[in-house]
Design a protein around this ligand. Sequence first.
Ligand code: NAD
Length: 555
Amino acid sequence: MSERFRDVELHAPTGDQRHCRGWVQEAALRMLHNNLDPAVAENPRELVVYGGIGRAARNWECFDAIVETLKRLGDDETLLIQSGKPVGVFQTHEGAPRVLLANSNLVPEWANWDHFHELDRKGLMMYGQMTAGSWIYIGSQGIVQGTFETFAEAVRQHFDGKPRGRWLLTGGLGGMGGAQPLAASIAGLASISVEVDPSRIDKRLETGYLDCRADSLEEAFKLLDQALEKGEATSIGLLGNAAEVFPEILKGDRHPDLVTDQTSAHDPLNGYIPEGYSLEDAAALRQRDAKAYVEKSKASMANQVRAMLGFHERGIPTFDYGNNIRAMAQDAGVENAFDFKGFVPLYIRPRFCEGVGPFRWVALSGDPEDIRKTDEKVKELLPENTALMRWMDAAAERIQFQGLPSRICWVGYRERDQLGLAFNEMVRKGELKAPIVIGRDHLDSGSVASPNRETEGMADGSDAVADWPLLNAMLNTASGASWVSLHHGGGVGMGYSIHSGVVIVADGSERAHQALSRVLVNDPGTGVMRHADAGYDHARRVARERGVDLPMLNR
Ligand code: NAD
């Protein structure tokens, strides 16, 4: 069996000296390492970055070979990665991507966890999640703004914009879920996050994402009362199993104001701990009898979802936060699991219609000062975007960097290219110490087909049409991105999603200027296109006003 565990601690190289033949290859090398920095990844010694078993490379031999290949890769060559394994280098040209990645893709009839696990055990595949296998994960900070946007919109819709005295109940404090308490606090909500693994709670406390820990529900309520009395948006991590705690809270007389969950429910074998099991007992059962584990795991999710339905029926806003827990509960017999909706149709879709999504950038220098300067540039360029300005201030004040300094901000069509080109100019003029890597989550407006998440309840019923992310990836390749990826199963698990990622490096060159001006227009442009095509008036208006060329728009 190939090496899946290595007792090693990796950090991305920093500074302005390259180890590779070009800055794009160097950027890929640094971002691969950064994905596995212990400050960024959840279990880096097993190459696991986040989201259950989302990996950066298939095994450590593949990791070594990727690093060696990136170091020798020419400016007219392209490295191909198949589910975390470097499989070929081909002659292309300077304007082509340096790396193309395909992760976890299976022919539809075989696209389920059982078949995936069989291939995974044989060493033939890895789960790439979204940004794990495409080397643009930046830790919990990468999701804070998206989570904040969601909670803030919920506060606007349900509480008339007034969060004071309200509290959120959620589950999961992992790589992405760990952003929930901080995002809730920034949105003005107190919160209780139920997490079964004490080390995850401690990690969020250390990195300033969580305010305090409680080891019993009673203790959590005591802390919550103190917070609510003072009108403070305190976040509490409660050690416990969400499948047990959610029903217990429903039975009691203290009900939350908003309910969701971000345990790794999308992966019933590796991502969710069944009720009644310690972490050790769960690991033993997983090894001994995977089928029994999945059954117990889904049965527990069913209990958690029944409690969520109970809150929903009492009129408490309850939503699925993109982990597919409703589908798992439905498999376990909860027929009405989909009675509460997902976060995209409820809160995010109007943003997708404008091509807005989780845009991010990383300072390859490793110097936080470079991010501070880019923050200033964003404020200078988009001052009229007041929500963004508020976010930039909150982010600078409250978000600790993890690994390479980076920033996330939700911007859309004809905003992203302004920022990218300005950053490239700053690199060219020597205002920044090294190039900037620009990318995004696959959870974006034009890059994903995921009927239980990003494309839930599309206006024209096209939820499961997966041509769109394929077109997105092909267009980004044709536009000259630095690396492009196509994945299956991210966010919601095998069989439920197809999505693509894109990264582009601003190294200050003229070639980068040309590529940035294509990629950062075209990529969000596909989001406007996808939503205009589905019939959203808002997207059609954006297309007309901002000149997206859609041949069928006016017919
Ligand atoms: P992760 O695997 O790093 O963390 C999951 C956490 O859930 C772990 O800390 C685990 O201990 C905890 N957990 C598991 N079972 C539990 C239980 N029964 N009770 C309480 N805690 C339990 O995953 P992540 O990166 O945090 O992602 C979480 C989920 O959210 C995934 O399904 C992912 O696909 C989804 N996700 C959603 C978004 C979004 O924007 N909505 C973005 C990324 C990921």
